[in-house]
Design a protein around this ligand. Structure first.
Ligand SMILES: Nc1ncnc2c1ncn2[C@@H]1O[C@H](COP(=O)(O)OP(=O)(O)OP(=O)(O)O)[C@@H](O)[C@H]1O
Length: 444
């Protein structure tokens, strides 16, 4: 059996604490795999615990199969929870750990067949007579999952079940969880702060920030059409490049996006999405370019929709299947406060003061800002005395290239930016390009 879970304006306020979850609404279909994703402390576990009945709901409604369920005791909700810490009974064999919930529910029945079938499904049938301390972390987490499965719950609640495991095992178990929940067809709500895990597991991903739901969509939509700058920055590795910019849209001239030291010209005729940017004239915006949205090539190689920019190579990270080139375009990075500490900094070489200084000097030598209606305090080109100066750093743009690309540090290289992959966010961080109501090309 599987069931629908609906959250209607769910809020949670702890005594003497800020609101942990703020008017959270979501409908989860029977059999769906929904991932709750967000940084530490954003309220993911609190949502899960309210669904489980382990936490009182301060405001709002929980519906199970359409029925009001705020007051249903946890054991009557037909849910099973798997936590980050394996939480097994150390003095019970794995067989008894898996069978424990069955024994509590039906003390006089023989559960051997179901325990063994569950263990086979999880590939731990040969460890049934061992104790948890005789198992590896991955095996212990399988036993914990076995205990959750054996009860045949109608909803699985998983709270970072893989975060105590090493990367290799995590990837392996991730695939197993996907297969298992698919086979069982049970509604699964899975909490993680790992965006790669969320993207690979979820039918849909619900991104949270500071207790508030930001976006709920398929992994593909979440990546392709993030609702705001927070979601754009949270999803994708390497992270999207976010640059401070100003839209420059004089009536008689071509529109462009001023990045401070360089501009992105917007070729005529403008696409519908780019036309809508006109109303942002003179306003600060944030430009988002994923690492695959630009390539190293001269202007003569431009394909339709590509516009030129230049950058100075700061350093190249070899990744085996690709290389990541860190470039300095003289732009100012935009900061997403909740995420900034998690952002990988520039490479080790760039931390050497002499080299950083040299890179900054070269950045200064890039195309000088032309006179612009948008020039001014918000437009970029900050002078050395403004605090903004500190935000001009080497490596404002990271691009993906082939693994064999050889680039000399300090070389100035021509770039082509694909405007079809350009994101623009307004001063409040909402996506304004592509326009919010459209999902261009996604279902073609
Ligand atoms: N029992 C509690 N009393 C007071 N505040 C709490 C309690 N439990 C959680 N909080 C607060 O509620 C907020 C949300 O916590 P929650 O554990 O749901 O976040 P999370 O997104 O699951 O974080 P993590 O990924 O670190 O587990 C945090 O600010 C946390 O400090």
């Amino acid at each position: 059996m599987t069931r629908a879970v609906s959250l209607r304006g769910l809020s949670k306020t702890y005594a003497r604490a800020a609101t942990a979850v703020d008017r959270f609404s979501l409908d989860i279909a029977p059999g769906e795999f929904l991932v709750l994703l967000g940084p530490s402390g954003c309220g993911k576990s609190t949502v899960l615990r309210m669904i489980a009945g382990l936490e009182d709901i301060t405001e709002g409604e929980l519906l199970l199969d359409g029925e009001y369920a705020n007051d249903v005791p946890p054991r009557e909700r037909g849910m099973a929870m798997v936590f980050q810490s394996f939480a097994l009974y150390p003095n019970l064999t794995n067989r008894h750990n898996i069978g424990f919930p069955l024994k509590v529910q039906y003390p006089h029945e023989d559960h051997s067949a179901r325990i063994e079938a569950t263990a086979r499904m999880l590939g731990i049938d040969d460890t049934l007579d061992s104790y948890p301390n005789q198992l590896s972390g991955g095996e212990r987490q399988r036993v914990a999952m076995g205990r959750a499965i054996s009860r045949r719950p109608s909803v699985f609640l998983m709270d970072e079940p893989l975060s105590n495991l090493d990367a290799k095992l995590r990837n392996h178990l991730r695939a197993e969880i996907a297969q298992l929940t698919d086979e069982l067809g049970v509604t699964t709500i899975y909490v993680t702060h790992d965006q790669a895990e969320a993207m690979s597991l979820g039918d849909r991903v619900a991104v949270m920030r500071a207790g508030v739901l930001q976006q709920v969509s398929t992994p593909r939509e979440t990546y392709a059409v993030p609702a705001n700058v927070f979601v754009a920055a949270f999803i994708g590795t390497p992270r999207i490049n976010l640059l401070q910019a100003v839209v420059h849209a004089p009536l008689a001239e071509r529109m462009c996006i001023d990045l401070g030291r360089q501009r992105l010209p917007l070729p005529e005729p403008l696409s519908h999405d780019l036309q809508l940017l006109r109303i942002q004239q003179g306003r600060p915006v944030v430009v988002g370019l994923r690492p695959e949205a630009a390539r190293i090539a001269p202007p003569s190689h431009a394909r339709p929709g590509e516009v030129p920019l230049t950058g100075i190579v700061e350093h190249t990270e070899y990744q085996g299947h690709e290389a990541l080139v860190h470039l300095n375009t003289g732009s100012r990075r935009a900061v997403v406060p909740d995420l900034e500490s998690a952002r990988p900094g520039p490479g080790p070489g760039s931390r050497a003061p002499g080299r950083l200084g040299r890179i900054k000097e070269r950045a200064g030598a890039l195309a000088k800002p032309r006179s612009s209606a948008a020039d001014g305090p918000e437009a970029g080109a900050p002078d050395a005395h403004t605090p903004e100066r500190a935000t001009i750093r080497a490596g404002d743009l990271v691009l993906r290239t082939g693994p064999d690309t050889r680039l000399r540090t300090g070389a100035q290289v021509p770039l082509l930016v694909d405007l079809g992959q350009l994101y623009v966010f307004d001063h409040r961080g909402r996506r304004i390009c592509p326009a919010p109501t459209e999902i261009p090309g996604l279902y073609e």
